[in-house]
Design a protein around this ligand. Structure first.
Ligand code: NAD
Ligand code: IPM
Ligand code: MN
Length: 357
């Protein structure tokens, strides 16, 4: 039976890297005999907003809930629609309403790519950021008072539920158990944020009792960001709240040379709702329309989607194809962010060709 995939390209370079993501997935599907049926949606983009006054149609949940996965590009075009409206009206609704409470973001220094950190080689940077994805600092609890006056107050609460914290920690501990180093690092800030962050630490300590084989450490987020740069080799699985995970998952990939290659899986582990796969990067208005965006983040997200659907070998083949093309280092093929003279199409085509075998 065909796997039904909803495709939403979104804005800016989302629309440029998406065709390469699909090209790579189609190559893998052909080679491994996987039946993928793509359905493209125009909503979830700023142009849709300009035409309809909203980011999504009222029945978006009904339209999408039956799909096996969502394949997303990037959303946001601040000159057309304020970011908080476009993002809260689309991507953040998918994550919340489809209860995609895990945001899994690998950070790996690939062969052939130069890290901006001196002397770092592939193997030195290879970890996962596991980001809480439905609550925390991204909350709709809050408001404005005395608006427009000198007494104006704005307030937005951090929300941590026991269920919400425990389920992301459990996922991260379970992931650490599958890794050779069996190490978990928790991002905290319990010195300054005195209610929610100590609670996070408490839940980590409680959960750690059930995983005696996992080496657990924690860092306050400020020094943790410094250690990402100074000692990226220390990390294996890093778990953090929604905002801390967001920050770490741009910094981690930047340490691996470019955020253009970083993928992410927004997962509803129970499979009650579809999971969503998208690059970590955004719509990049500064380079959009030029056809020069790196498509690897989108392609690798496609590999994570195939893994999620149960096709481990196909997923591994896609990642291997990415590694092979990067190691080859043909400057006519690679995009500018990784030192090449090529473009989105040349890199996407080279990877798809490798996947075909
Ligand atoms: P961004 O990730 O779009 O861009 C940051 C920088 O990285 C830019 O200089 C850009 O050119 C570069 N870059 C990003 N992706 C690249 C790629 N594939 N290849 C080469 N270079 C790449 O972040 P931003 O500028 O903060 O945000 C732009 C818009 O995207 C905003 O509207 C923002 O809200 C939105 N955004 C969306 C998502 C998402 O859909 N998941 C993620 C981040 C930002
Ligand atoms: C990401 C993005 C989003 C986030 C924005 C665009 C709302 O930065 O996917 O990392 O903060 O989650
Ligand atoms: Mn982000």
């Amino acid at each position: 039976m065909a796997h039904r995939i909803a495709v939403i390209a979104g804005d800016g370079i989302g629309t440029e890297v998406m065709p390469e993501g699909i090209r790579a997935l189609e190559a893998a599907a052909q080679r491994f005999n996987i039946d993928l049926a793509f359905t493209t949606f125009e909503f979830g983009s700023c142009d849709y907003y300009l035409a309809h006054g909203k980011m999504l149609p009222d029945d978006w949940f009904e339209q999408l809930k039956g799909f096996d996965a969502l394949f997303y590009g990037a959303v946001g075009w601040p000159d057309k629609v304020p970011d908080h409206i476009s993002l809260w009206g689309s991507l953040l609704q998918f994550r919340r309403q489809f209860d995609q409470y895990i945001n899994l973001r690998p950070c790996k220094l690939m062969p052939g790519i130069k890290s901006p950190l001196a002397g770092r080689e592939p193997g030195d940077i290879d970890f996962y950021v596991v980001r809480e994805n439905t609550e925390g600092e991204y909350s709709s609890v809050g408001g404005k008072m005395f608006e427009g006056t000198e007494r104006e107050i704005v307030l937005q609460e951090t929300v941590m539920s026991r269920v919400g914290v425990d389920r992301v920690l459990k996922y991260a501990f379970d992931l650490a158990q599958t890794r050779p180093r069996k190490k978990l690092t928790s991002a905290t800030k319990s010195n300054g944020i005195s209610i929610t962050m100590p609670y996070w630490d408490e839940r980590v300590a409680e959960m750690a009792k059930q995983y005696p084989d996992i080496a657990v450490d924690k860092f306050h987020i400020d020094i943790l960001t410094a250690n990402f740069v100074l000692h990226p080799d220390w990390f294996d699985v890093v778990v953090g709240s929604n905002l801390f995970g967001d920050i770490l998952s741009d910094l981690g990939p930047a340490c691996t040379g470019t955020i253009g290659i970083a993928p992410s899986a927004n997962i509803n582990p129970e499979g009650t709702f579809p999971s969503l796969f998208e690059p970590v990067h955004g719509s990049a208005p500064d380079i959009a329309g030029k056809g020069i965006a790196n498509p690897i983040g989108q392609i690798w997200s496609g590999a994570m989607m195939l893994e999620h659907l149960g096709y481990q070998e196909a997923a591994d083949t896609m990642v291997k194809a990415i590694e092979d093309v990067l190691s080859e280092g043909d400057s006519q093929v690679l995009t500018g962010d990784i030192g090449g003279l090529g473009n989105t199409l040349s890199l996407g085509q080279a990877i798809a060709e490798r996947i075909r075998g």
